[in-house]
Write a protein of this length. Structure first.
Length: 63
């Protein structure tokens, strides 16, 4: 009974990267953040102006 048992080859464990891009998103540079907020502010201003115009037209039509 000295027959050697066949051993299974050892599978290498999958390497998990320590810095996963989805786990720790990097904040955008400050210039991009300022530009984005400025753009958002401009869009909001234009939307507000359009809404005021529409309200003005509605009151003009009902009068």
């Amino acid at each position: 009974d000295d027959v050697a048992q066949p051993t299974l080859p050892v599978q290498p464990s999958p390497v998990i990267p320590s810095s996963h891009p989805y786990q720790s998103p990097r904040p955008p540079p400050p210039q991009a953040t300022e530009g984005s907020s400025l753009l958002v502010q401009q869009v909001l201003d234009k939307c507000s102006a359009i809404i005021l115009r529409v309200k003005g037209l509605e009151t003009a039509n009902t009068a």
